[in-house]
Design a binder for this molecule. Structure first.
Ligand code: PLP
Length: 377
């Protein structure tokens, strides 16, 4: 199989599965238990938190485990709106956010909040100026993703954070860094965002684990899940110890020679651009600079047919984002592409394991699709 869908999820390395297996079978104590077996697990959980905090560049006590990126996004947005409910009931976000953000904002709209949605330019880029221009005295929250999951566009979070200080220093800033974490290195300390959501399964950890960084400007953050008081009272529920162990091991593995891995992914992406653009009717969409995501369209050949054809040959690519179950992509819609181009958008995404031979095979399958299947549009 040729797996070119690392932005959807990633394979779990054996060392990660082994670390999880040990926790499941031998170190299964509840970290909240008072006897030594439980206290040992508590120490391990805190060691694993420290590993991930180091990669985010924050203090360990600023990082809270969640079940996924979606949970971190929802928690951050709700917590920001709660803290700033007296500042106003206005949110600024973008049209190209993941549904974890868009649908949470939509829910808030139903509860009486006003949401301003910034549109990207034709390349899929969002400028700090366009975001800051929408901020008002009553803006409680700005939520802008770090890296777009369909285009690989990198958004200027640090500039937005800097600009917010001048425009409205009370406005809190959330960034969905699910596609940025360990792909576009950042430091939580330097970035200036108040909330940063990350997810394990995009970097070799199992599904079902994520984390949320909560910065010092967030006072008494509102728990998303009130209950038994885990995660410093902010996210109750017995810690998912095996997933946390897997997350830490995956981060440790990625962190090792990270620059080499990112350089390799960028080289694979550049090679894919070269190979794909040699195919008739195929064009690259957007100008995404993240090393692991490439968006392309074979104008006139519907993406779902391409995905199915390649899939039947064991080549996994996605039609836009795999997260929205066949619904048309809000990201593609926001680019206002010609209909034939928009309907043909596919996403290739890469990991440290992706080879140039994988790209050759994918390019050949795409060329065959073009030559032997009828365009339908
Ligand atoms: N945000 C972005 C940008 C994503 O790409 C994804 C998943 O694809 C998510 C959030 C949701 O993450 P999770 O699957 O961990 O809930």
């Amino acid at each position: 199989m040729i797996y070119l869908d690392h932005a959807a999820t990633t394979p779990v390395p054996k060392a990660v599965a082994d670390a999880m297996y040990t926790v499941l079978t031998e170190q299964y104590a509840n970290p909240n238990a008072q006897y030594p077996f439980g206290q040992e697990m508590r120490r391990s959980v805190e060691d694993w938190r420290a590993v991930i905090a180091k990669a985010v560049d924050c203090e360990a006590n600023q990082l809270f485990f969640t079940s996924c990126g979606t949970e971190g996004d929802n928690w951050a947005i709700r917590a920001a709106c709660w803290q700033n409910r007296h500042v106003g009931r206005h949110i600024v976000t973008t049209a190209v956010e993941h549904h974890a953000v868009l649908n949470c904002c939509q829910q808030l709209e139903q509860e009486g909040w006003e949401v301003t949605t910034i549109l990207p330019d034709q390349n899929g880029d969002i400028s700090a100026e366009s975001v800051l221009a929408a901020v008002r005295p009553d803006t409680a929250l700005v939520s802008v993703m770090m890296v777009n999951n369909e285009l690989g566009s990198i958004y200027p979070i640090a500039d937005i954070a800097k600009g917010l200080k001048a425009v409205n220093e009370k406005t809190l800033l959330h960034t969905d860094a699910v596609q940025g974490f360990l792909k576009v290195p950042f430091s939580a300390k330097a970035l200036g965002a108040d909330f940063i959501a990350i997810s394990g399964h995009k970097v070799g950890a199992p599904k079902g684990i994520g984390a949320l960084y909560i910065g010092p400007r967030v006072r008494n953050p509102r728990p998303l899940l009130p209950g038994g008081g885990q995660e410093m009272g902010l996210r109750s529920g017995t810690e998912a110890t095996a997933q946390i162990a897997g997350f830490a091991k995956a981060v440790e593995l990625r962190w090792d020679h990270l620059e080499d891995k990112l350089r390799h992914m960028a080289e694979v992406k550049a090679y894919a651009v070269e190979k794909l653009t040699a195919i008739p009717d195929l064009q690259i969409i957007g100008d995404g600079k993240a090393p692991h995501v490439l968006s392309a369209s074979m104008a006139g050949w519907p993406s779902q047919n391409v995905v199915n054809d390649l899939g039947s040959q064991g080549i996994c690519v996605s039609a836009g984002s795999a997260c929205h179950h066949g619904k048309s992509s809000q990201v593609v819609a926001a680019l206002h592409l010609p209909k034939r181009v928009a309907a043909g958008v596919i996403r290739l995404s890469f990991g440290p394991e992706t080879t140039f031979a994988d790209i050759d095979a994918c390019a050949e399958a795409l060329r065959n699709h073009h030559n032997h299947r009828m365009p339908m549009l």
